[in-house]
Design a protein around this ligand. Sequence first.
Ligand code: HEM
Length: 115
Amino acid sequence: MENEIKYFSLEEVAKNDGKNGNKTWIIVKDNVYDVTDYVDDHPGGGELVLEWAGKESTKAFDDAGHSGDAKKELKQYKIGELREEDRKQKQKKKETDKAKEDRRSFCSYLTCGLC
Ligand code: HEM
């Protein structure tokens, strides 16, 4: 189906590093963008984008202080999303939740009046 979201792994994205005729893909906030056709039009030069080709670029994109227009422009190039298991944010959150849960059960073990 046309509307189905495509999911990519970090390795797949990394292959699109803009080198040797490869496409230029970047990851911004877990979304994958094919910006191959935009590189040469980028204000301030294509090098700024190529540096991040095939990589997680959220910080670089945000730190550049892009305008709302730039963010809208970026949306046009979305080709899919990073697959769940490769999302850093989520993984970290899961780990923290697990740590909290472990702590909670340890605490309830200590304070349980029955044991
Ligand atoms: C991920 C790597 C990127 C970096 C490090 C980056 C960095 C920058 C920098 C430093 C500028 C200011 C240039 C100047 O004033 O001379 C700029 C401007 C701009 N960039 Fe990027 N950029 C990136 C990706 C993109 C992408 C993927 C798009 C859109 C598809 C984009 C759209 C724009 C636009 C429209 C401007 C003009 C100013 C504005 O409207 O914010 N950039 N970028």
